[in-house]
Write a protein that binds this ligand. Structure first.
Ligand code: BG6
Length: 524
C-alpha cells in the first residue's frame, strides 16, 4: 500500500479513510467551554471541520458548545455554519458541512456556576450521542480556569488519568499573568488533573514552520554544527503584526500587553526551538526538558541591566496602508493614559556553552509595517576580510556588497527557509553581492499548510503533549519576563517610546544592539 498522501482539497465523507494510519479510533465528545466566543468561530470550529473533512476525527464523535448565550442545537449549528463559511480553511462542501453540523450540540449554561456542569454531566450521560472519552477546551477568561476546573471535577466530568475513558483539558493562554500567578494556576490545575491530562496551548507550536525548526536542525547533518556562538554572531526573532486592537480585545490587551501576549509564550518558544540542545529522543518529555534548560540558562535581567536591554513602546495615531488609524490609547476599551506596550523588544543572553557570547534579540508589536514572523540566525563575518583588500582600478568595484551570512526561518507568511551568502556577480570586475538559497513551502509542496489548531487538536485526541507546554516550562518562561514586569510596575518613569503605525517600531529599539554588524532586519 502506498503512503497516504495528504491533500488540501476536502474529501467527501465516503472517501474519508484517506488517512488510514491517522484515523483516530477512540470515540470522543469534544466540549468547548466558551463556545460563543471569537476563538470558537475563527479557529476551533474551522479546525474541527477541516479535520473532519480530511478524515482526521474518529468515526464517532460529538461536539458540545457550552455558553450563556441563548442558543439551542439548531441555532448553534447555524452559528457554526456561518463561522465555517467565513473562516474555513478548506472550501466548504454542503454535504460535508451538513453531516459535520449534525454532530454539534449546544448546552446553555453559566460557566461560572456549578449548575451548568451538573446538567452537562447529566446530558453527556447519553452515550448514544456523546461518546465516552472527553476533551474539554477551555476557551474562557483566564481567571475562570481554576473555578471551572473545580466545578467540572465536582460535577463528575473529570475521570482520573488512569480511568478506562480519558479526560483531557486544553487550556488557552494566557497561563497566568506573572510567575506567581502561573505557579498558583499550575497548583490549582494539578489538584484537579494529572499533568498528562493538561494541554496548555501555544498555537505557535502547531505551525508547520515552527515544527520544522527541529527537523531542519536535527534531521540534517550539515546545519547543526553551525548553531553555536563560535560561528553565530546573534539571533533575532521578530513577530510583527499589522493589526491594531481587534474588536472586543481591548480590555484583555490593555491588562496584558505585548510582553505577556506574545513574547512570554510564542517568542520564547521559538527561541527555545532554535537554540536548544538535541533532545535524547523525540518524546514530549525529552523535548520539554531541553526547552526548560534553555529558559533556565537565560541570564536574569536585573535593575542594573534591564533599562538597556528592554524597550517598550505604543503606537501613535497615523496612517497605515493609506488609512487613518487611531492611536492605541484611542482604541475601544483602552485607558486614555494607558502605559501598556503594543511593542516590546529585548536583548537576552543564554549563558550556556553553546550560546555564551551570542545575544538573542526578540521583538514583537502591533501596527507594524508588515505581518511577518521570522527567526534570523546571523553568522560572524569571515575571519579575514579578503575581499576588502582587493584593489580596484578603473571600473568601480563593489566589495562592500556582502554582508554576514544569515539563515532565516520564515515562519509566516511566505513560509520557508533561506540561507544568504555572498556571491561574485557575473561581471568582468570583482563585485560581490548577497544571494540566497531558498526553500519555499509553496514552491515545494504546492499545498496549503494546515492551521495550527488542526494539528494541536489532533495531538490532544492522540494524547501527545509534545507541542504543548509543560508546567515547569511555563514557569521558566515567566521567570524570564517577571523582572521586566516588576520594573515596569514599580517604576512609573520607565520609558515608554512611541512609534508610527506602519513603521518598524521605535528608533529606541535600535540601541539594543551591541555588535558592529547588528541591526534589525526589516523584511521588505
Ligand atoms: C495570539 C495573540 O496569541 O497570537 C494575538 O493573543 C496575536 O494578539 C496572535 O494577534 C498572532 O497569531 P498569528 O498566528 O496570527 O501569528
Amino acid at each position: 500500500m502506498s503512503a497516504p498522501t495528504p491533500t488540501a482539497a476536502p474529501v467527501e465523507e465516503s472517501a474519508i479513510p484517506a488517512f488510514p494510519a491517522m484515523r483516530l479510533a477512540q470515540p470522543v465528545t469534544i466540549t468547548i467551554l466558551g463556545a460563543s466566543g471569537d476563538l470558537t468561530r475563527r479557529k476551533l470550529l474551522p479546525a474541527l471541520y477541516a479535520m473532519y473533512a480530511q478524515g482526521l476525527l474518529p468515526k464517532e464523535f460529538a461536539i458540545v458548545g457550552v455558553a450563556r448565550r441563548e442558543h439551542d442545537d439548531n441555532s448553534f449549528r447555524a452559528f457554526a455554519e456561518e463561522a465555517l463559511r467565513a473562516f474555513a480553511r478548506l472550501p466548504v462542501r454542503d454535504e460535508v458541512l451538513r453531516s459535520f453540523c449534525a454532530r454539534l450540540h449546544y448546552h446553555r449554561g453559566d460557566i461560572e456556576q456549578y449548575e451548568a456542569y451538573r446538567s452537562l454531566h447529566a446530558r453527556l450521560f447519553d452515550r448514544r450521542l456523546f461518546p465516552p472519552h472527553r476533551l474539554f477546551y477551555l476557551s474562557i477568561r483566564p481567571e475562570l480556569f481554576s473555578p471551572v476546573l473545580g466545578h467540572m471535577k465536582a460535577a463528575g466530568l473529570v475521570e482520573p488519568h488512569d480511568a478506562e475513558h480519558w479526560t483531557r483539558v486544553v487550556i488557552e493562554k494566557p497561563f497566568g499573568h506573572d510567575l506567581d500567578s502561573a505557579r498558583a494556576l499550575n497548583r490549582d490545575v494539578l489538584t484537579h488533573l494529572h499533568e498528562s491530562q493538561v494541554f496548555r496551548i501555544d498555537h505557535y507550536l502547531g505551525k508547520e514552520t515552527v515544527q520544522n525548526i527541529l527537523s531542519f536542525r536535527f534531521a540534517n547533518a550539515i546545519f547543526e554544527p553551525l548553531f553555536n556562538s563560535h560561528l553565530v554572531d546573534h539571533i533575532q526573532i521578530t513577530a510583527a503584526e499589522t493589526v491594531g486592537m481587534e474588536s472586543g480585545r481591548g480590555a484583555y490587551y490593555d491588562a496584558s500587553g505585548a510582553l505577556r501576549d506574545m513574547l512570554q509564550n510564542h517568542l520564547l518558544q521559538l527561541m527555545c526551538l532554535v537554540t536548544m540542545e538535541p533532545p535524547a529522543s523525540l518524546t514530549a518529555e525529552a523535548l520539554h526538558n531541553e526547552k526548560v534548560k534553555v529558559l533556565q540558562s537565560i541570564r536574569p535581567l536585573d535593575e542594573a541591566t534591564l533599562p538597556a536591554a528592554v524597550v517598550r513602546a505604543q503606537y501613535r495615531a497615523g496612517v497605515q496602508n493609506g488609512a487613518a488609524v487611531p492611536s492605541y490609547r484611542e482604541e475601544e476599551r483602552i485607558a486614555q493614559d494607558s502605559k501598556t506596550e503594543t511593542y516590546v523588544a529585548l536583548r537576552l543572553h543564554i549563558d550556556n556553552w553553546r550560546w555564551a557570547g551570542a545575544p538573542i534579540y526578540l521583538r514583537t508589536g502591533k501596527r507594524l509595517a508588515r505581518r511577518v514572523t521570522e527567526i534570523a540566525v546571523q553568522f560572524k563575518k569571515p575571519p579575514l576580510q579578503l575581499f576588502q583588500l582587493v584593489e580596484c582600478e578603473g571600473d568601480v568595484c563593489d566589495l562592500t556588497g556582502a554582508s554576514p551570512n544569515q539563515l532565516v526561518f520564515r515562519i509566516q507568511p511566505d513560509e520557508g527557509i533561506s540561507l544568504q551568502f555572498a556571491a561574485k556577480r557575473p561581471v568582468m570586475q570583482l563585485q560581490v553581492e548577497n544571494v540566497a538559497m531558498d526553500f519555499s513551502y509553496s514552491a515545494t509542496w504546492r499545498k496549503q499548510l494546515p492551521e495550527a489548531y488542526e494539528r494541536l487538536l489532533l495531538d490532544v485526541l492522540r494524547g501527545d503533549s509534545t507541542l504543548f507546554t509543560r508546567s515547569d516550562e511555563v514557569e521558566a518562561a515567566w521567570r524570564v519576563v517577571d523582572p521586566i514586569l516588576s520594573a515596569w510596575s514599580s517604576n512609573p518613569d520607565f520609558p515608554l517610546a512611541f512609534y508610527a503605525p506602519g513603521s518598524w517600531g521605535p528608533a529606541e529599539a535600535d540601541a539594543l544592539f551591541t555588535g558592529p554588524d547588528q541591526s534589525w532586519r526589516n523584511p521588505a
